[in-house]
Each structure stands twice: as structure tokens, then as C-alpha cells.
Design a protein around this ligand. Structure first.
Ligand code: HAM
Length: 420
């Protein structure tokens, strides 16, 4: 037997119902916020992520599915959506569109070679948004509020919004110097990745999965001390907006995120359910990326966004025991008796479906009792039983399965009856 690849999952019909419900709701929410959908390829050139996400991040160094195609090009299955959306923005010259900022959302599979865990997959589905073209704390607030709104609209209550500012490029420069000074004397006790990151990207040491419990990580200087005046002012305006919106948040000066493109606002939304026993509590993460467009040879525009995985949203719903009202309504099940009626039903079904009626029949020659059971399993709102007599008299009893009441109509009026 050939098994499914590790870290992936089949989503079976009982689950796809929930997925479709969630995705439809996300589409509706995006309309409220005036975000439009973008679809980019599932694979991109490796360089896009190496440059965009950062060559010394775990994502790029350890987690990418990279291969050479038959034309000897370096290709990577996308590990995230932001770099790709920014590439598309630049390539399609979206800065020239009159309606600014450009507000986009996406939903699709992402790939990271990570250790499988509850809530962590090698193929997962990210829903994300990116607002590009406005450096305005109000946009940051909109994006954070939207993240919160999404989870709340599914009925989740145990949520914690954690925010931080990692400042502008200048603040970060000073901070990086301080980190080098802090870690340099003890760097030989750290993993080889951290050692090589010390001078290239010391902030990455702070989210190293191997050294995360080392004392020096806990005592490392925090970015907050290094924010310059303009970064501080931007941060406090974002917080002011959140206060105005009545959105509670916790500040965490150690929240630096695992991707290199962030500047200023960084945030994560966490599960805050006291009974949750899993290791993964981050539902969603994002932030502002003011240098990314230029880094990818684009115009000097700035952006902010976030992404969440549907897998973790489902996990949170399960934890809070929230049932989605995702069951499809089913109109009619046709029970048949005898070959003639069965043949008639095939044609009737075809006519009903063409008129928008959700209907089905038996194909396994079940007895009437078995067919009724099938109707129950499908949760059909109505059933009819067609036999020789019904065909001869052109009469049919339509049974409402909920109330138990029946109504007798002409068999050849069925389509019209149900159409209405
Ligand atoms: P990220 O924090 O790497 O950020 O991922 C965002 C979200 O994707 C996570 O909070 C989690 O819900 C989900 N996720 C990540 N890895 C996995 C996994 N292996 N299995 C299941 N879910 C996962 C980004 O990707 C940024 N592009 C977000 C962003 C958008 N920043 C600005 N704009």
C-alpha cells in the first residue's frame, strides 16, 4: 500500500464541508474590508524566497521544497505568500493602479519541511492578506482588527493578540549591533546555525528552535530600547488606534517573527484557551514590511499583512468545541419500487437537478426500507416513493421528513413543485 506523504493530509468530505464553509465566510469578510483575491503560482523561483524571506531564516535554510526543473531552473514550492504577492505587485506594476492602497488576499497551499506536530504540516493552507501602498498606522490597525474579526466571526473567544514593534531599518541596525555584543562572548555554546548567523543576522538567534531555552536568549537586549523617535511614534499611533477600536492586546518585546522582511508592527494571534494541551498556540502572524518591495527591485512602497492557516483555525474551533453550521441542505430523495419506476426516476432526477433541486436516488437495488434509511442519512427534506401505481395514476405523495406531513401532487408536476 502506498501511504500519504508525511505531514500532509487528505481532507475527506465530512471535513471539506467545513473548509468550504470557512472559505466562503472568509470571502465574505474580505468584501467588508474591500480586499480582493489574488492567485499566484504554487511554485516560484527559489531566489524570490531566498531574497524576500531572508537567506538566514529557518524557512529558507531548512524548510523549503526546492528542486531543479527540466530547464535547470531553481524552483521552490512556496513556503509563504507575501514574497509572491509582492513579486506580482511589482511585476504587474500595481503601484500605477488608481485605487490605492492595493488590498489583496489569497488562500492556498504552502509547503514547509517541518517536524510534523498537532497544527503543523508540511503542506498547509494559508489564508493571508496584504495591504500595499500606504504607510499609515490606520492600515496597521485595520489589518490587526481584521485578523481578530475573522476569528471572532467563527465564535472563538479565547484569543490573545500579541504585538511588538521591530522598528525601522535604522533602529534595527543599532539593535543588531547590541545583539552581536551580547552573544559574541558565548556564541561557541550555540548551534552552528546561530554561530553563522551572529554576524549576518543576529536577530534570527532569538527564534532559534534549538537554543531557545538558553539563558543568553532570555537576557538578550530587547528591540524596544533601540527604537528611534519615529519608530516609537509610529508604534504608539498603532496602539492608540487599537485602544480606540477596543481591541485588547499584550505587548511582547521579544516577538521578532521568523521572517526577515518585518519592520515596525509585528503581531501574532494566539490561542488562549487554558485547557489546550498542544504545543502550538499561534493561530496567525503578520506585520509590516517596509523594505521588502525595494529589496525585490520594486518601487519604494510599503506593505503590511498577515497569514493564518485553515488547519490551525480548525484546531482552535475543535478546542473551543465550536460546531460549524456547515451541513448542506438536501432537498429530495426518490425511493423507487420496480424497474419501470427506477427508470422513470433517472429521468426525473435529471430534470430536477437541471432546475436547481438537490436530489438523489438509490443505485444499489436497496429494498424500500433501505432506501428510506439512505434518505435519512442524507438528511433529505422530502422523499417520494415511486412505483407502478404512481406512474399509472400520475400522482405522488411528497413527504416532508421533518413534519411527517404528506401532500399529493401530479407526478408530472414534480419539477415545478420543487422549483418553487
Ligand atoms: P508565518 O508566521 O510564517 O507568517 O505563518 C503564518 C501562519 O501560517 C502561522 O501563524 C500559522 O497559522 C500558519 N502556518 C505556518 N506554518 C505552518 C505549518 N507548518 N502548518 C500549519 N500552519 C502553518 C507568514 O507566512 C507571513 N507571510 C505572514 C505575513 C503576511 N506577514 C505579512 N504578510
Amino acid at each position: 500500500m502506498i501511504n500519504i506523504p508525511r505531514g500532509t493530509q487528505d481532507i475527506l468530505p465530512e471535513e471539506t464541508k467545513k473548509w468550504r464553509y470557512i472559505e466562503a465566510k472568509l470571502d465574505q469578510l474580505m468584501e467588508l474590508y474591500n480586499y480582493e483575491e489574488i492567485r499566484t503560482p504554487i511554485f516560484e523561483s527559489t531566489e524570490l524566497f531566498a531574497r524576500g524571506v531572508g537567506g538566514s531564516t529557518d524557512v529558507v535554510q531548512k524548510e523549503m521544497y526546492t528542486f531543479k526543473d527540466k530547464g535547470d531552473r531553481n524552483i521552490t514550492l512556496r513556503p509563504e505568500g507575501t514574497a509572491a504577492v509582492v513579486r506580482s505587485y511589482i511585476e504587474n506594476k500595481m503601484q500605477g493602479i488608481a485605487n490605492q492602497p492595493i488590498k489583496l488576499y489569497y488562500n492556498g497551499p504552502m509547503f514547509r519541511y517541518e517536524r510534523k506536530q498537532k497544527g503543523r504540516y508540511r503542506q498547509f493552507t494559508q489564508f493571508g492578506v496584504e495591504a500595499i501602498g500606504a504607510e499609515n498606522p490606520g492600515v496597521d490597525a485595520e489589518v490587526l482588527a481584521m485578523a481578530m474579526h475573522i476569528y471572532q466571526s467563527f465564535g472563538l473567544k479565547h484569543l490573545k493578540l500579541v504585538i511588538n514593534s521591530i522598528g525601522d531599518i535604522n533602529s534595527r541596525k543599532e539593535y543588531n549591533d547590541a545583539l552581536v555584543n551580547h552573544f559574541e562572548p558565548v556564541i561557541d555554546q550555540f548551534c552552528s546555525d546561530c554561530q553563522s548567523r551572529l554576524h549576518t543576522n543576529p536577530m534570527r538567534i532569538l527564534d532559534c528552535k534549538i537554543d531557545k531555552d538558553k539563558e543568553e536568549i532570555k537576557t538578550a537586549p530587547s528591540i524596544t530600547e533601540f527604537l528611534n523617535e519615529s519608530s516609537k511614534a509610529y508604534y504608539s499611533e498603532v496602539k492608540q488606534h487599537l485602544d480606540d477600536l477596543g481591541i485588547p492586546y499584550v505587548e511582547d518585546p521579544n516577538l521578532v517573527r521568523g521572517l526577515d522582511y518585518y519592520t515596525h508592527t509585528a503581531f501574532e494571534l494566539m490561542m488562549d484557551n487554558p485547557n489546550y494541551d498542544g504545543a502550538i498556540t499561534t493561530l496567525c502572524g503578520g506585520g509590516r514590511y517596509n523594505g521588502l518591495l525595494e529589496l525585490l527591485d520594486g518601487p519604494s512602497q510599503t506593505g503590511i499583512g498577515f497569514a493564518l492557516s485553515i488547519e490551525r483555525l480548525l484546531l482552535a474551533l475543535e478546542e473551543e468545541q465550536i460546531e460549524l453550521n456547515a451541513n448542506h441542505e438536501f432537498d429530495l430523495f426518490i425511493v423507487t419500487m420496480g424497474d419501470k419506476a427506477d427508470r422513470y426516476a433517472v429521468k426525473l432526477l435529471n430534470d430536477l437537478r437541471k432546475n436547481g433541486v438537490k436530489a438523489d436516488k438509490d443505485y444499489l437495488q436497496r429494498k424500500v426500507k433501505g432506501q428510506m434509511k439512505q434518505a435519512d442519512r442524507l438528511n433529505a427534506r422530502y422523499t417520494i416513493v415511486v412505483g407502478e401505481q404512481e406512474l399509472e395514476e400520475n400522482k405522488i405523495n411528497v413527504k416532508n421528513m421533518e413534519s411527517g406531513e404528506t401532500e399529493t401532487i401530479k407526478l408530472d408536476e414534480m419539477v415545478n413543485y420543487f422549483k418553487n
